[in-house]
Design a binder for this molecule. Structure first.
Ligand code: SF4
Length: 218
């Protein structure tokens, strides 16, 4: 298992390779950022960013979306996956914001998670990326990288991955570490073809060393 010191070292090296790692979701308000995160489930940020300008212009506030017709919303987001469910969640989420939070996106995970369509990961992304409140959202990339680098046990569930990462890294590094691990997973240590031969983390990575022994070209 990677020590606290080596975990921090790995995150530092990721930061040197990707100094500008940050969310690519585009939004102008906390409400729109929350919607963008809901829309991004199992879809690329690029696909979300393509449709959000028109979608946000049509629904500038929680009140406007709370009163929207589902068919109108679906027509604006039907280029992405799960658009029917996302439509339902976003409208009921907007209704929840209006009726229970005066139309203001709450700043706590527990309150965010009372909104339809907002799970722990979505809440953590909103807290960290929009409000800059330390949180560690574990998505597929973070989960994979944490395991490949043996930062967490191989069989750890998502909540354990989050807790171990938070325990091994200082809170002021959580937001940056999350962003760097996502970039690392997208561009260096991809699910199917990790670039182990050129990886600056190879020295710290037992998984990478094992892969190179098995297949020196990987
Ligand atoms: Fe991923 Fe390979 Fe780098 Fe390890 S050495 S972090 S498996 S790319």
């Amino acid at each position: 298992m990677l020590s606290k010191e080596k975990t921090r070292k790995a995150i530092e090296i990721m930061g040197q390779v990707f100094p500008n790692a940050r969310t690519s979701l585009q939004a102008d308000t906390s409400f729109h950022f929350l919607l963008a995160v809901i829309l991004s489930a199992q879809t690329t940020d690029i696909a979300v960013n393509k449709l959000t300008p028109a979608f946000f212009a049509r629904y500038p506030t929680p009140e406007t979306l709370a009163n929207a017709l589902p068919t109108d919303v679906m027509n604006l987001i039907k280029t992405i996956g799960l658009y029917r469910n996302k439509t339902k969640y976003m409208i009921t989420c907007a209704q929840g914001l209006v009726t229970r939070f005066d139309g203001v996106v709450p700043h706590s995970r527990s309150e965010l998670m009372t909104l339809p369509g907002v799970g722990r990961k979505t809440a953590d992304v909103v807290l960290a990326e929009w409000f800059h409140i330390p949180a560690f959202a574990v998505d597929t990339h973070v989960n994979r990288i944490a395991k490949r680098l043996s930062i967490v046990p191989q069989k750890a569930d998502v909540l354990t991955v989050e807790k171990v990462l938070m325990a091994k890294l200082p809170s002021q590094l959580w937001i940056a570490a999350h962003q760097r691990m996502i970039f690392w997973g997208r561009y260096q240590c991809t699910a199917r073809s990790p670039k182990c031969t050129t990886c600056p983390l190879l020295e710290l990575c037992a998984e990478g060393q094992k892969r190179l022994l098995q297949s020196p070209e990987s």
